[in-house]
Design a protein around this ligand. Structure first.
Ligand code: NDP
Ligand code: A1CAB
Length: 275
């Protein structure tokens, strides 16, 4: 069990998923601190999760060993400049979950040789099924790498990438990925209702099917293509559906969508970054 104290600056959607996952995986709420500009958000964190809260970002840095930056990329610069002197003084490990903000930018804002792990988690961390890729800068030592990895591994899969630029692709695949599957679920649910199923039945069937497909894909040694073929009886119903998807450019559309997300990550680093 990792006994380090962890502080989240920004207590929004992703921080809430991570904090809930950390607590569900056995971390004590007393080890966790959160700051946010919204008093209501802080109250909710205290009431629901029993973690320590403060409106003061510097107080969080003061209290913890590992500082997780969980604000929107657009305000990361402002927050980093605010906490920079204390981060340097305490030699804190900084873990940034912000999309599209490079370690170079963050290091310039924080100043000095700050140990920074940049990572890209996703919201299924909430149910301990997260997927995170991490990259450490040259100031991060082995112990700090372990600390960062332990936090993310507590809420799901945690993998290191060799090259920071790969995090743009990771953002497009797994960071944003849950939303693509939810979009598919939304569309299937709507179609099911249009075909006469009631809302409750439609939702349950879609949810269970998504879960079953993900589970079988994880547990089987077969590829998604092989698994798809097992469902597709020649001349049957699935074949008709798959043909319809492919005739309308499904695979190309998915590739285009993911590339648009990756390009946006690169664009954000240029627009919002210091480099
Ligand atoms: N959502 C996701 O699925 C994922 C998000 N990320 C990354 O996580 C980060 C947070 O995203 P997300 O949780 O969705 O965003 P949210 O807007 O839900 O959370 C950010 C929180 O930070 C608060 N905040 C704003 N200004 C400050 C400040 N100066 N000091 C402290 N807190 C502040 C916001 O308050 P208020 O709303 O009042 O402004 C809000 O509660 C982003 O950088 C994003 O790229 C990474 C992976 C997945
Ligand atoms: O949409 C976003 O920018 C963030 C990053 C990945 C998921 N949500």
């Amino acid at each position: 069990m990792n006994t380090r104290t962890i502080g989240f600056i920004g207590g929004g959607n992703m921080a809430t998923s991570l904090i809930s996952g950390l607590i569900a995986s056995g971390h004590s709420p007393q080890q966790i601190w959160v700051s946010d500009t919204s008093a209501d958000a802080l109250q909710a964190h205290r009431d629901r999760l029993n973690v320590n809260v403060s409106p003061d970002n510097a107080k969080i840095v003061q209290e913890v060993d590992v500082v997780v930056l969980a604000v929107k990329p657009q305000i990361l610069r402002e927050v980093a400049l605010e906490i920079a002197p204390l981060i340097r003084q305490k030699k804190s490990l900084v873990v940034s979950i912000a999309a599209g903000i490079s370690q170079t930018s963050l290091a310039l804002w924080l100043g000095g040789d700050v140990a920074i792990v940049r990572c890209m988690p996703n919201t299924p961390a909430l149910v301990l099924t997260g997927a995170t890729a991490l990259h450490a800068n040259a100031n991060v030592d082995e112990e700090q790498k372990d600390q960062a990895e332990n936090i993310l591994r507590a809420v799901g899969l945690a993998l290191w990438v060799d090259d920071e630029s790969q995090l743009d692709a990771v953002t497009a695949v797994s960071g944003s990925g849950p939303a693509y599957f939810f979009l598919m679920m939304e569309a299937m649910e709507k179609a099911a209702i249009e075909m006469g199923l009631n809302e409750h039945t439609a939702r349950l069937l879609v949810q269970q099917t998504a879960l079953g497909a993900a589970k079988i894909a994880l547990e089987s040694s077969e590829s998604p293509t092989q698994l798809r073929e097992r469902v597709t009886s020649p001349g049957g119903t699935t074949q008709k559906a798959i043909e319809t998807f492919q005739q309308h450019g499904f695979s190309e559309l998915v590739a285009k969508a993911l590339l648009a997300a990756k390009d946006r990550s690169v664009e954000m680093s240029k627009q919002l970054g210091a480099n």
